[in-house]
Design a protein around this ligand. Sequence first.
Ligand code: F6P
Length: 327
Amino acid sequence: MSKIKNIGVLTSGGDAPGMNAAIRAVVRAGIYYDLKVTGILRGYEGLINGDFIEMDRKSVANIIQRGGTILKTARSDAFRSKEGRIEAYKQLKKSEIDALIVIGGDGTFTGANLFSAEFDFPVIGLPGTIDNDLEGTDFTIGYDTAINTVINAVDKIRDTAESHDRLFIVEVMGRDSGLIALRSGIGVGAEAIMIPEANMGVDGLVTRLETGRKDKASKIIIVAEGDEMGGAFNVGEVLKEKFPNYDIRVSVLGHIQRGGKPSCMDRVLASRLGVAAVEGIIAQRTSEMAGLKNNEIVFTPFDHAIKHIDAKEITPAWLKLVEILSL
Ligand code: F6P
């Protein structure tokens, strides 16, 4: 591998709070190590279209506190095809970019892994997704902010639930992952948490509600959008039939979970990982994600990072914790 002089940076997939802090760290570390940093707009779409901007110290000033991504993002269909990736490679060569840092989730890393292997091109990833569903890092950038957004919203819903003696079913994000539901559910003291990795089913839910406190009419159930029962409205329909006396309401939190100022945890995580990614590229690493495990920087091959092997907290011990606390 020849000496790296120009690093391209992009954000791809769903935006996540802290992506800007990561971009800032990549740019500042690049400058520190005497490298040129090129911003690529709209993820892999911009890569294919040659939508590039030169980044300097000033272009990342005053962004550490901002949600979203100044580089914009997209879910690119074109990059899934070989033709799209060839086009992307040509654009990189044309602009003399010799390495890439991609910030995103499993879709982003799947594309990066293919691209890096096909063109022998150095790519390092940063975990940027509110879902926290990547191996090789305890937390992804955006997750902490998202779960705090959820608990702030559900605390407010709890006021109405208590005042009206209502049962609320709150749907949170996580198409394939229940990690947002699990942590935020514990954080708000939910009576039940429904997640795709450990389906409790209608019977399990009914039992949980029947065994819970009888003198407490207000209840909160957190449902991950990917749960097998097909979302909060379906759960609501089922419960209305089973518990005709409950006053049931459904609330879908949606994209408020992706927006807003990143928490301090996310800003610091993004800053550490952004610098680590540049240092990884300089050390000639490739096809790996920089993550944080036990507060140490670690690099994990892309194909491992996207595998969802240990499902983090979705373990019997955590599920038991939810059950104990729901009594
Ligand atoms: O991957 C992040 C995420 O917010 C998921 O939790 C959610 O299922 C999905 O993105 C929604 O994506 P979009 O904004 O493209 O509809």
